[in-house]
Structure formats: C-alpha cells, structure tokens
Design a protein. Structure first.
Length: 397
C-alpha cells in the first residue's frame, strides 16, 4: 500500500465529515430500527466528550461482570487515543483486526480516512493511507475490516464506502494485488458491506453484503463462488449481516445477523447448521451483534453486542457462558455499577490474539482501545514471559 500525498486541509475535512455522516447515519439507524416502542437508543444516552488530559491522569477501565463468570477475564491495557489527525491520534476507532501471524493490530481510524497499525501491546507502528485500484483515481477511504491468510502473505481489506475488496501483499508494503466488487445489487456487487473473513479450508473470501442482506464467497481472483441469503427472518435469511469469522480448523462460518439479533452458523460448503440468540437484554440475547470471533484453543465464541454495550461469550454449540462490559470510572474508589443498556462503554468491534489469550475491543465513541486477557484453561501450561503486557495491568498512550 503506497503512502499518498497529503490532501489540502479543507478537502480532507470535507471528506472526513462526509464519511462520519455516512457511518453515523448507518449506525444510528441500525441500533434504533424496530426499537421505537422501547427507545433503547435514547435510554442509553450518549457518552460525554472525553477530556483527554483527564482520561490520561485518573480514568481507568474496570471490568463489569454482568453475571458470575466461570472464567477469569481481566483488563490488561486501556489505551486512550487523543483525538486528532497526527500519527498515533485517532478520530473514531470503528473496527480492529489482529494479524494472527505477527500479532499486529489494524485499526480503522475512520474519520481520519486511514488505517493505523499497532503492535501487540498497543504501541503505534505505522499508518496506511487510501487504497484505490491502479487504473482508477483515489476515492473516499472506507477501509473497515481486514483478514489475513494463514498460508501466505496475502491480506484482504474491505472498503465499505467503495464497496470493494482489496487483496494486498503483506511483504510488499501492502501493495494491491487484486481488487473487485463495486456498488449495486447485481451478482458480485455490494451495498455498504461490513465484514470480511478468509476461509483457510476453502481458500475463499467471505463478505457480508450488509444492505443487500446477503453473503458472498469469492476466490482471491474475484470470482464469485456463492451468494446466499435474502432479507427475512427464516433460516438462511438475513437482515443486515454485519460481521463474519471462520473457525480455521474446519471452515465453519459464523455470521452476525444484526437486525435479527442472532448468530448464524454455516458449514464450509455453505450449508446452514444452526443459529443462536434472539432480541433482548439478558443472557444470550442481543441488541445488534456487530462482530464475532472464535478462539480455536478454548472453543469459545466472542460476540460484540453493540446495542447492549457488552461482549458475550458462548461455546461452539451456541450455549451462553458469560458476558461482560467495561465502565470508565473517575476514580478507583467509585463503586462499579452496571445496568444493562446504561453503560458508557461503546464497543464497536472485537478481535482475538489467540496465543496470548488477548481480547481486543474498540470503543468507537470514547476513542479507546481495550486489551483484555482471559485465563488459560490450564494456567500451568501458559508462559507469561511471552506476553508483553504480563507485567503491567493497565497502560495508556
């Protein structure tokens, strides 16, 4: 991916404002659709604009248990990012993706129209700038998701604004190898796609065609292999699929069915297997699941429940195990209080660093990244010396 020349301040601001407006409209609409009678969005309210210096000095994240947890999860690091346009400053951390090969974290700094790369402890490494096909002029930047091939140096990136998939070369400065897609409803086209994953078993690229309420499977050459789903509530139908992951062991596909408030599960050959979840605010129910990840070591499924401001954990059969949220407190002495739907935690995305047992969570509105760690199933077999954060319980930058 080539570094690009800087745009004028006016042009950059106009494009960033337009991108922000698009995302805010979509997010607001998705969370409030079908909720008029409950007005959940209004009950939750909006987080106050953070005071950057105050955040650094005396705000600290605390894990809020929404039930008695059978598995210990602790906050390792709370990374407050200053709002701005300089390197290592953010303006809306929409999504994040952990590279399983390097442990590096790719963060969609959406309002700044760029992607920032952090190391596995959260330290800034570099910035990636707008992508565009070599034969086309640059357009607005809307990279929201990455997925990484476990067998070679290919990386796929999804641009939700251009409705394009980019195949990149990790070893060659993320140069574009192939691009395909486009906006529309015809075969192989997409409307505001939001979610991408490589299936290492089939070597296919799975893309959530969000506004068309369907899912595509492509080869790395851009050939459409399969499209399935349409808008509806029945088995195999979707209402705004909004995040996807693949179990690397057998190719099982997990898809967040956003408005239907469930996770749909498919085999590697795209046969429907099951779904779990329903609308609600209690254990195992959702209000807008927006991202999903599978830990193939612990056999756990992590779901970002955006509307309920929490993360939920399930086993591979879809049985609820635990849920948790985060509360940003003024001082350590304040009592931790959490009522479902009233947290100031705004999780927008999650991703896993499986070897280190890290759970990365981005907070879109508060401009914060969290690194959580779950306990090992067998603590005696784990080595804390390989974890760069094992000697520190919390840090910020």
């Amino acid at each position: 991916m080539k570094r690009t020349t800087r745009k004028s301040a006016a042009t950059a601001k106009a494009e960033a404002d337009e991108a922000d407006k698009t995302v805010a409209t979509r997010r607001s609409g998705r969370l409030q659709k079908g909720d008029q009678e409950e007005k959940i969005g209004e009950k939750r309210g909006r987080a106050q604009e953070p005071d950057e210096e105050k955040n650094k000095s005396n705000k600290k994240a605390k894990l809020v248990e929404t039930d008695k947890e059978p598995e210990d999860i602790k906050v390792l690091s709370e990374i407050h990012k200053e709002k701005g346009t300089n390197p290592d400053q953010f303006n809306g951390v929409m999504t994040l993706s952990v590279d399983p090969l390097t442990g590096q974290v790719f963060c969609s700094d959406f309002r700044n129209q760029r992607v920032q790369i952090l190391d596995q402890s959260g330290a800034f490494l570099s910035v990636l700038h707008p992508l565009h096909p070599p034969s086309s002029p640059p357009s607005s930047f809307g990279i929201t998701h990455f997925s990484f091939s476990p067998s070679d140096d290919r990386v796929v990136a999804l641009d939700s604004q251009q409705c394009m998939v980019f195949v990149l070369d990790r070893k060659n400065d993320f140069q574009i190898i192939k691009s395909f897609g486009g906006r529309g409803q015809d075969e192989g086209l997409m409307e505001d796609p939001f979610g991408i994953a490589i299936n290492p078993i089939t070597n296919h690229i799975i893309v959530c065609d969000t506004e068309n309420s369907r899912v595509h499977a492509f080869t790395f050459e851009g050939e459409r292999v399969r499209t399935w789903g349409k808008k509806g509530k029945r088995e195999g139908m979707f209402d705004s699929p909004h995040g996807v992951c693949v179990d690397s062991r057998d190719g099982t596909i997990y898809i967040c069915d956003f408005y239907n408030n469930r996770i749909q599960v498919y085999s590697k050959d795209y046969s429907f297997l099951k779904s779990f979840g329903k609308r609600g605010q209690g254990k195992g129910t959702f209000n807008g699941p927006s991202s999903v990840a599978v830990d193939h070591i612990s056999d756990r499924i992590f779901v970002n429940d955006m509307g309920n401001s929490m993360v939920q954990v399930f086993d591979l059969e879809g049985r609820f195990i635990q849920s948790f949220s985060l509360s940003v407190l003024e001082t350590d002495q304040q009592k931790i209080m959490f009522t479902m739907g009233h947290s100031n935690f705004r999780p927008s995305s999650l991703s896993l660093n499986v070897p280190l047992r890290h759970i990365w969570v981005s907070d879109w509105e508060n401009n914060v990244l969290y690194i959580l760690q779950r306990s090992s199933l067998d603590d005696s077999s784990s080595s804390s010396s390989s974890d760069p954060l094992s000697s520190s319980s919390s840090s910020s930058s």
